[in-house]
Ligand binder design. Structure first.
Ligand SMILES: Nc1nc2c(ncn2[C@@H]2O[C@H](COP(=O)(O)OP(=O)(O)OP(=O)(O)O)[C@@H](O)[C@H]2O)c(=O)[nH]1
Ligand SMILES: [Mg+2]
Length: 313
């Protein structure tokens, strides 16, 4: 058997794919590999791209990749798909949109299903980012469909967040105002070929004027992703942002990812330890007692977690 960690560090795409699957299916099984690769990670720029369904995220990513590849950058793409395993629509769309890169040995593309995890982020997205970092990717682009809460979730993972909006989204801008204002480092107004583009741009800028002072205001870049228009200015804005913000800023973003992963790993481990400590039969009889309202689930949970604390003491 090949050494997965060694192979993926060399940038072998098959090894990257296997490593991500391993982390997705069974985090504990991936633990030894993750330990090995971890020291070499933390050096990529992670760009989160979020926005409503069909706003052109994948098309935009496709063109960003063209540009970044011209500069010799190695790219990892993670498309988080919130849809059910039965529709799979977004995954298909993402694949088609980015097809031309599928034979490029320096562009790795992976779709991950988000279903079932808090906030819609795929459970192993943090691991996937870490794996792509270990594999030497310079840029990691994480595409997530933003439907309310998910838009905010991306912030936990990304160094830089792009929020994609489309013309005519004026009401949405109002609705998501608070959440969006806080997370976007750069706004992208895509589908700028639409007649409503100017109006939406004015609405967006008016809204930003209220919330930000002077140069703290995130830039707004207009794009026509299908034509690749505006993509170069967008990449320039990203460069500018990285250069103008101190390393401390990027580091603070990277620490957000670490603290999210750490919390997630801890809670999973605690859950596993606790559930290993209760025999199935006892669990069922507790459910029975809660059902009869002899006791409430909070008291039961406290008691079970309390056992763990006592066992460690
Ligand atoms: N007119 C116009 N159409 C665009 C533009 N950008 C993308 N589209 C089209 O919009 C549709 C959706 O594009 P995608 O790139 O798949 O959008 P997405 O945000 O990745 O979609 P999901 O991943 O399904 O949420 C496609 O038919 C694109 O060709 C644009 O700038 N102008
Ligand atoms: Mg997409």
């Amino acid at each position: 058997m090949m050494d997965l960690a060694q192979e993926l560090i060399k940038g072998n795409h098959r090894a990257i794919a296997r490593a991500i699957s391993l982390a997705e299916n069974n985090r504990s099984a991936a633990q030894e590999m993750m330990k090995k690769i971890f020291p070499g990670t933390g050096k990529s720029l992670v760009i989160g791209i979020t926005g409503p369904p069909g706003s052109g995220k994948s098309t935009l990513v496709d063109h960003m990749v063209v540009l970044l590849r011209k500069n010799g950058k190695k790219i990892g793409i993670i498309a988080v798909d919130p849809s059910s395993p039965f529709t799979g629509g977004a995954i298909l769309g993402d694949r088609i949109r980015m097809m031309r890169h599928s034979t490029d040995p320096d562009v790795f593309i992976r779709s991950m299903a988000a279903r079932g995890h808090l906030g819609g982020l795929a459970k192993a997205t943090g691991e996937a980012i870490t794996i792509l970092e270990a594999a030497g990717k310079d840029f990691i682009l994480v595409e997530t469909v933003g439907v309310g809460q998910d838009e905010v979730e991306i912030v936990k993972l990304a160094d830089i967040v792009l929020v994609i909006l489309i013309p005519g989204a004026g009401d949405e801008i109002q609705a998501f105002k608070a959440g969006i204002m806080e997370i976007a480092d750069i706004f992208v107004l895509n589908k700028a070929d639409s007649p409503d583009a100017e109006k939406t741009e004015r609405q967006l800028k008016a809204m930003l004027d209220l919330g930000f002072e002077g140069d703290t205001m995130p830039p707004v870049v207009k794009t026509v992703a299908t034509e690749g228009e505006g993509v170069e200015p967008l990449v320039n804005e990203i460069d500018k942002l990285v250069e103008s913000k101190s390393q401390e800023f990027i580091n603070s973003r990277k620490k957000r990812l670490i603290s999210w992963m750490l919390r997630d790993i801890i809670s999973e481990k605690i859950y596993q330890t606790v559930s290993q400590n209760i025999p199935e039969s006892e669990f069922e009889s507790l459910v029975e007692r809660i059902f009869k309202r002899e006791i409430d689930p909070y008291t039961v949970a406290d008691e079970i977690v309390g056992r763990l604390k006592k066992a460690k003491a």
